[in-house]
Design a protein around this ligand. Structure first.
Ligand SMILES: Nc1ncnc2c1ncn2[C@@H]1O[C@H](COP(=O)(O)OP(=O)(O)OP(=O)(O)O)[C@@H](O)[C@H]1O
Ligand SMILES: [Mg+2]
Length: 364
């Protein structure tokens, strides 16, 4: 019996083996109804495998996947309230766009009136900005257009869960950000649960309300975009979700000390759960202030080696003797052109200790 559940999707101790390969290990995950979850991680970490187990295209080797409180073990894909947009979206090449999108609706029993099918197909094509393409054949569409046909096909029958495997990978940057907004709007309007697979951290952070960071078949952190960015659970997350600078430090009783080349020391980080001994301090490039004059706060002295001009901001590579290279992002708002620092200049780096994260050295 389906029990009343607040969890639309749940993984209970799910492990998946493909022969000798363990793709995911002991995944426990709750995706609340109506949430937008992003599975984020490097290639091969098990994202597609998780998605396919929700969709019913793979069965767990151990553990259980539940949808709406119902155990899904043995329930085939077509009996799940789920639609999936595959990483390699398979469209019917001999159908035109409209026929591809309408296919699922035409299979439904009881039958849907053809006028209603036409209306819904038109609406879905509008949503993915393919309004004028209904009669085009698939081989006459670009890769990005085909990807949007696959998306239209998946949303047309309003599933309660939509699984999206890298759905925007084939789109150019501009269309991609437009579609990111469209997808978010769609998700909110329809109130359905989205599970999006991506290896693009910007996409995960900008679209999802819960981000699940994975590596090597395991969950490293589950949290809001802000949580995983501002309070990464470990060094892997700190490095994968955004850029980070690492500095070797020494952990004293209640604070990490960064030892400088000249033997002096500065404090970093809030009191972390790190044992006394060697530690790694991770600092985001935008948490470091770069200036020509020494400023209040903890400071390193270094030399700019490279500058990457990014329009609204600039990235600097700064070498600090004894500590190595730092990446620093400087916002250019209100800064005149002449204030750009040139390679070769001596600079001071300062950061707020609260913006630095301390991890055990063993994690590196
Ligand atoms: N059918 C299969 N048979 C054997 N091994 C598989 C199979 N499918 C996936 N794997 C392995 O399982 C692991 C996880 O694969 P998965 O496709 O879930 O990764 P992913 O995170 O989606 O990667 P990508 O970002 O490259 O798509 C990989 O090591 C992969 O080689
Ligand atoms: Mg994949």
């Amino acid at each position: 019996m389906a029990s009343a559940s607040t969890n639309d999707i749940e993984f209970r101790s799910v492990t998946k083996n493909y022969g000798a390969v363990t793709a995911v290990t002991d995944i426990n995950l709750h995706v609340p109804k109506g949430a937008f979850l992003a599975l984020l991680g490097p290639s091969g970490c098990g994202k597609t495998t998780c998605l396919r187990m929700i969709g019913g295209f793979e069965q767990p080797s151990e553990g259980t996947v539940l949808i709406d409180g119902r155990e899904m073990n043995g329930v085939p894909a077509y009996r799940r309230p789920v639609n999936m947009v595959f990483q390699h979206y398979a469209l019917f090449p001999h159908f035109n766009v409209e026929q591809n999108v309408a296919y699922g609706l035409k299979q439904m029993r009881p039958k849907i009136a053809s006028a209603e099918i036409d209306r819904r197909v038109g609406e879905a094509l509008e949503m993915v900005r393919l309004g004028g393409f209904a009669k085009r054949r698939i081989h006459e569409m670009s890769g990005g257009q085909q990807q949007r046909v696959a998306l239209a096909r998946a949303i047309v029958n309003r599933p309660s869960v939509l699984l999206l495997d890298e759905p925007l990978a084939a789109l150019d940057k501009k269309l991609r950000s437009a579609m990111q907004i469209e997808l978010q709007t769609l998700q909110r309007e329809l109130g359905i649960t989205f599970v999006l697979v991506t290896h693009d951290q910007e996409e995960a952070l900008s679209m999802a309300d819960v981000v699940c960071v994975m590596s090597a078949g395991r969950i490293r952190q589950l949290g809001s975009p802000q949580e995983v960015y501002d309070r990464p659970a470990d060094l892997f997350v700190a490095d994968f979700v955004g850029k980070t600078n690492r500095v070797t430090a020494n952990m004293e009783a209640d604070r990490a000390t960064i030892r400088l080349a000249d033997g002096s020391a500065i404090a970093a980080g809030p009191r972390p759960a790190v044992a006394v001994g060697e530690a790694i301090v991770a600092i985001r490039p935008e948490a470091i202030r770069l200036s020509r004059q020494p400023v209040d706060g903890t400071a390193f002295k270094g030399t700019v080696t490279h500058r990457i001009f990014l329009g609204s901001s600039a990235e600097y590579a700064v070498t600090v003797p004894g500590l190595g290279d730092f990446l620093v992002t400087a916002d250019r708002r209100g800064v005149s052109e002449s204030d750009l620092v040139e390679p070769g200049e001596a600079v001071f780096l300062a950061f707020d200790p609260l913006a630095a994260h301390v991890f055990p050295a063993s994690a590196a």
